[in-house]
Design a protein around this ligand. Structure first.
Ligand SMILES: *[C@@H]1O[C@H](CO)[C@@H](O)[C@H](O)[C@H]1NC(C)=O
Ligand SMILES: *[C@@H]1O[C@H](CO)[C@@H](O)[C@H](O)[C@H]1NC(C)=O
Ligand SMILES: *[C@@H]1O[C@H](CO)[C@@H](O)[C@H](O)[C@H]1NC(C)=O
Ligand SMILES: *[C@@H]1O[C@H](CO)[C@@H](O)[C@H](O)[C@H]1NC(C)=O
Ligand SMILES: *[C@@H]1O[C@H](CO)[C@@H](O)[C@H](O)[C@H]1NC(C)=O
Ligand SMILES: *[C@@H]1O[C@H](CO)[C@@H](O)[C@H](O)[C@H]1NC(C)=O
Length: 408
């Protein structure tokens, strides 16, 4: 993102709170698989928290799935996964007074855009494409889009569709290669794409003209289905400690650490030697078989890895969120497994202050704001929750809430 300053951001938020009272309000954007992006306010008054929906838009088409923010520009980006229509899209909104989202542009992409990352200081957007539904043969990959200074997507779509698989992987959905995640190394010069279908990490260098060159590729265990990944910036170690890559695998329900180095400016990943399950390290086979790891993030202070577990029901009526402390050798020490208050937490976001975690609970169709101790990393009680009605008009299962982010 182009340099973001807290000062302009604070003003932007205050701009629509517009009140001098002691209470404070933070805005949240919520993607709903029902076709809505909602603006929700978290209000704190005398230590009590409440969540209220204040606006919504249908501008991100049928299946809003992934949100990212250019806060300084007051611009929200929304990926429409498009599983209702078969085609995805990328949408932008201007954030206006009161958190109202004004749709500004849409660009169609191939099937299943699911995660995006700004490259080259916000002048490009890389989008991981999951591809079509299982057994339809529509391959996934990556698209990259040039962004002009005013936020307009310009020029052609740069497509990177991965080669068809010689043999399908062992798990459902592994019939074709699938870009599920895209992340950027600390140098900003390399992308890592987690290929859920091919059980592979694919690395690409990024040239200024938007072309890519394939770097090293790393196979992950068959059927593990790498979903998302994050880099550390050196890991709490002494200055100059090099970074690690942490990969979350959806089927294996593991976090794997790769030691990152550069040989002649080419990103290298070590053979993974540190693998821990997403439940703290001692999960039963039964739990590993039924669970589907959801999201991984590294906290802003670079000290903790946090992951969500879906469909594990580690707590009565609730799936879980796990926290690990990052050791200087890249291994993870388990801190805690906490309930999220519902089923299928697909995404979460720790706030800038580090004292709250916003969890999107897809199947239960709600969001929860959990307290967090930023020193110990422990996640505590729910400060506020909001049930969101995402039932399709025809009835049946709720469409659900795949993602939510803080407006900060
Ligand atoms: C969103 O806010 C606009 C501007 O205040 C208002 O006209 C509109 O009715 C609101 N929409 C919803 C769904 O609340
Ligand atoms: C999806 O996009 C393709 C290519 O642009 C187009 O041919 C097709 O009609 C679209 N499908 C739907 C369901 O809109
Ligand atoms: C934004 O920038 C693009 C490319 O420079 C230009 O074509 C377009 O007209 C601009 N749009 C607005 C609204 O200024
Ligand atoms: C990328 O793919 C989309 C949809 O499949 C297509 O419309 C577009 O022309 C492609 N772009 C390039 C540069 O090949
Ligand atoms: C896992 O089991 C080992 C051996 O029983 C034990 O030492 C360790 O504390 C357990 N770890 C967790 C996270 O429960
Ligand atoms: C990581 O790789 C670097 C460079 O190859 C090496 O110096 C370092 O010891 C490795 N660290 C670990 C924990 O393996």
């Amino acid at each position: 993102m182009r340099s973001t300053t807290i000062t302009t951001l604070g003003l932007a938020v205050l701009g629509f709170i517009g009140s001098a009272s002691a209470e404070s309000t933070s805005a949240i954007f919520v993607a709903g698989y029902d076709g809505s992006v909602r603006t929700v306010n978290l209000k704190e008054q005398n230590g009590k928290f409440s969540l209220t929906e204040v606006n919504k838009t249908d501008g991100c088409k049928t299946n809003p799935t992934w949100l990212s923010l250019e806060a300084e520009q007051q611009r929200l980006w929304c990926l429409d996964e498009g599983w209702v229509t078969g085609n995805g899209s990328i949408n932008t909104f201007d954030v206006e007074e009161g958190g109202v989202l004004r749709h500004t542009q849409r660009r169609s992409v191939s099937a299943g855009p699911v995660q995006s990352k700004f490259l080259n200081r916000g002048s490009k957007l890389a989008v991981a494409q999951f591809g079509g539904p299982p057994d339809q043969g529509i391959r996934g990959g990556l698209t990259v889009h040039d962004i002009s200074e005013n936020g307009t997507m310009t020029g052609p779509v740069h497509n990177l569709t991965f080669d068809a698989l010689a043999t399908p992987g062992p798990k459902p959905g592994q019939d074709v290669p699938r870009g599920h995640g895209v992340t950027l190394d600390p140098s900003g010069k390399w992308m890592v794409i987690t290929d859920y279908g091919a059980d592979k990490l694919r690395t690409y260098s990024i040239a200024n003209d938007g072309t890519f060159s394939l770097g090293v590729e790393m196979e992950t265990p068959a059927g593990s289905a790498p979903r998302h990944a994050v880099f550390s910036r050196g890991c709490g170690g002494p200055k100059g400690t090099h970074p690690y890559l942490f990969v979350l695998s959806e089927n294996a329900n593991t976090v794997t650490t790769y030691n990152v180095s550069y040989k002649n400016d080419v990103l290298q990943l070590s053979t993974p030697s540190r693998v821990i399950d997403t439940f703290g390290g001692n999960a039963t086979q039964e739990t590993l078989d039924k669970a589907k790891a959801g999201e991984i993030q590294i906290t802003r202070d670079n000290r903790f890895i946090v992951v969500t577990n879906r469909l594990d029901e580690s707590f009565p009526g609730s799936d879980s969120i796990a926290t690990y402390r990052i050791n200087t050798d890249g291994s993870l020490t388990f801190v805690q497994l906490a309930p999220v208050g519902g089923i299928s937490p697909r995404h979460f976001a720790v706030n800038r202050a580090g004292d709250k975690v916003l969890v999107s609970i897809t199947k239960t169709s709600k969001i929860a704001v959990l307290s967090r101790d930023k020193v110990t990393g422990k996640i505590g009680e729910a400060l506020a929750t909001l049930d969101i009605d995402t039932k399709p008009a025809a009835g049946g299962e709720a469409a659900g809430i795949p993602a939510a982010i803080w407006y900060e």
